[in-house]
Write a protein that binds this ligand. Structure first.
Ligand code: PNS
Length: 185
């Protein structure tokens, strides 16, 4: 059975990779589908994100990387896929994910959303958090696949370095505010 794993992947994190690897053990094929979203201003182009995902998944034989626009269920139907794969990290993900799954069900009754509980060590992790840390000059090598690291560092090397994040509570609070609670794994 074919599963579609849709998302923004800006950039792919170890949390995404965990879902892909586990999905690959459950399904014959996992299509990682990058949404072309005109409403978002991503750090990486769709082509760059697809290339990053490809590089991070070379050890997996049953992964395909693709992009799509419009509705996820329309793409799933076009691919003749019956399963949408999503990762669930924390309670705050649940509400939005459930809403999406229910909405998708009303749009296409024969496409099911299957959630994988994100591994504990990745339950805090999001692409936004990675970008935020990198922007402030912090280490991200424990958060993203090694092959993606140079891309992120290259991006932020272009802009003057921001002050390094400290444990000062005001800065942490600001960081917390800027990271969306439902940014996905
Ligand atoms: O990685 P993300 O940004 O959390 O992924 C969200 C995504 C791409 C799965 C979601 O925004 C989506 O499916 N967008 C496509 C438009 C769509 O199908 N909308 C209806 C379902 S709510």
């Amino acid at each position: 059975m074919l599963a579609i794993y849709p998302g923004s992947f800006d950039p792919i994190t170890l949390g995404h990779l965990d879902v892909i690897e586990r999905g690959c053990r459950l399904f014959e094929k996992v299509v990682v589908a990058v949404l072309r979203n005109p409403n978002k201003a991503p750090l990486f182009t769709v082509a760059e994100r697809m290339e990053q995902i490809r590089r991070a998944t070379t050890h997996l034989t049953n992964v395909e990387v693709d992009s799509f626009d419009g509705l996820t269920v329309t793409y799933a139907k076009m691919r003749q896929a019956k399963v949408l794969l999503r990762g669930l990290r924390v309670l705050s993900d649940f509400e939005m994910e459930l809403q999406m799954a229910h909405t998708n069900k009303t749009l296409s009754d024969d496409v099911e959303t299957i959630f994988l509980a994100t591994s504990n060590e990745h339950s805090f992790l999001s692409s936004s958090l990675v970008k935020e840390i990198a922007k402030f000059g912090g280490p991200i090598d424990h958060l993203v696949p090694p092959s993606v690291l140079p891309d992120i560092y290259r991006c932020y090397a272009k802009t003057p370095p921001e002050p390094v994040l400290t444990t000062d509570s005001t800065q942490l609070l600001e960081l917390h505010k800027t990271v969306s609670p439902r940014e996905k794994v």
